[in-house]
Design a protein around this ligand. Structure first.
Ligand SMILES: [Fe+2]
Ligand SMILES: [Fe+2]
Length: 125
């Protein structure tokens, strides 16, 4: 499981990402091989809502950023939420598809954190 590990990051943003990754760690086994369809659906919904809230906070903090950086951020956030929405629409019995898509989501999120969030929220600005 990936973790947030970027030096020179704003401490509040760092703490927020650490909480997010911790939550994903807890939800991963439930999302991939949960005991029941309703538990799986609930875990995906919780993650989706929490990520939506996280992205909104970042977008509000970056309201004055230059337009290009902001557009990249908004596009990434939209695509990441779409992946979680797609995850929620998979047939509950398709554990393999859920695993593949959830791991693709994590990979895309780590890429976004490295390329977008870490530089935008660096204290060096
Ligand atoms: Fe972000
Ligand atoms: Fe983020």
């Amino acid at each position: 499981m990936p973790s947030w590990d970027h030096e020179d990051c704003d401490p509040a943003i760092e703490a927020e990402h650490t909480r997010l990754y911790r939550m994903m760690n807890r939800l991963e086994p439930v999302i991939i091989q949960g005991q029941s369809d309703s538990k799986i659906a609930r875990a995906i919904q919780i993650l989706h809502d929490r990520m939506a809230e996280h992205f909104q906070v970042e977008e509000e903090l970056f309201i004055t950023a230059d337009w290009d950086s902001r557009r990249v951020m908004l596009d990434d956030h939209r695509q990441l939420l779409e992946m979680l929405a797609r995850l929620g629409r998979l047939p509950p019995q398709d554990e393999h598809a859920r695993k593949v898509l959830f791991h693709a989501f994590l990979e895309a999120l780590v890429r976004h954190d490295n390329d977008v969030d870490a530089p935008l929220f660096s204290r060096r600005h």
